[in-house]
Design a protein around this ligand. Structure first.
Ligand SMILES: [Fe+2]
Length: 315
């Protein structure tokens, strides 16, 4: 029997890509409209689900930090973009020269441990002999964040494209479909534990993310500050598992040739005295999109638009 004949492929694909419930949420919460106007949006999300995923990741990440094989959980290629697995970044101080470098070297003041989990990471690490089976909770929970972000991204950028179609002002209209650029590109969940800090310290200094869309699921402690499209300072509800923060990042600026604005500036201060075991934990997912050489050349010519003086943007 021809199984494919009974289940038409295109319909299944579209349902997998964007579950109707996700499309409903994106419309109801005006996610695309908010991203266009303010650059960010906070929407209600399932607090129990987020808490369950983050506990599983956090427990495994802590065991990995303290455990004997943490350096086995690393797969590094020549380019940083393909780094997968476990990393420690020690917050050595360097002079930051440009806004682009600020984004790329966002770790220089922070001391943190993080895990970059792509859909492929478990298999890649297993192939090099890493004992992945001891940390299945981290892989499956990160995979859940990846899958959910992937479907949400398709719903969001599909809606952004629809609004773009309706845009009457040619000066605000971007050229190429964002859906085409995002679908099939990679997503990666970054979970991180920051080392202890004194009260008032900067935990993550001001930066923009390099991906296209950022999904901030949870922080263990409040402290995330962002600057919206109008330059307003916004204190995010980042430690509330019932709130999902979504914002635009730099690849959307490049992909739309600036029509949707630059990536959203953000960082985290430490309003409380977080120490030792209580160090800040975060889980975020980055959704990437494809860029052509011509896009990158455009970005290079317009990089001055990314310049900022961090003194103008206190955390
Ligand atoms: Fe970030």
């Amino acid at each position: 029997m021809n199984v494919l004949a009974r289940s038409p492929e295109p319909r299944q694909l579209s349902l997998t890509l964007v579950p109707p419930s996700f499309r409903d949420i994106v419309v109801r919460e005006r996610v695309a409209e908010n991203l266009r106007e303010r650059g960010y949006v906070e929407i209600p999300w399932d607090a129990t689900w987020v808490t369950n995923q983050s506990i599983r990741i956090r427990d495994d990440l802590r065991r990995m930090i303290e455990g004997p094989h943490r350096n086995l959980f690393q797969y590094a290629q020549a380019t940083e973009i393909d780094d997968q697995g476990f990393f420690e970044k020690n917050g050595e101080r360097k002079e930051v020269l440009t806004a682009r470098e600020t984004a790329e070297k966002s770790v220089v003041y922070d001391h943190k441990f993080f895990f970059h989990c792509y859909d492929t990471t478990r298999a890649v690490l297993a192939a090099q002999g890493t004992p992945v089976q001891s940390y299945e909770r981290l892989f499956s929970a990160s995979g859940n964040f990846n899958a959910t972000a992937r479907r949400l991204t398709a719903a969001i950028v599909g809606r952004l494209d629809a609004l773009n179609e309706d845009e009457r002002d040619p000066g605000r209209r971007y050229q190429d479909s964002l859906l085409d650029r995002f679908v099939g590109d990679r997503v990666v969940t970054r979970s991180a534990v920051y080392k202890s800090h004194e009260k008032g310290d900067t935990v993550a200094k001001l930066h923009r993310d390099r991906c296209g869309l950022t999904f901030h699921w949870i922080s263990s402690h409040p402290g995330l500050v962002l600057y919206d499209r109008q330059g307003q300072r916004v204190v995010a509800d980042d430690s509330n598992p019932g709130k999902l923060l979504i914002f635009l990042s730099d690849k959307v600026w490049t992909a739309t040739r600036g029509k949707l604005g630059t990536g959203i500036l953000h960082g985290a201060a430490n309003p409380e005295n977080i120490a030792g075991d209580e160090a800040r934990f975060i889980a975020v997912t980055f959704a990437h999109c494809k860029l052509a050489d011509a896009d990158l050349q455009w970005a290079e010519r317009h990089k001055d638009e990314l310049a900022i003086d961090p003194a103008d943007y206190p955390l």
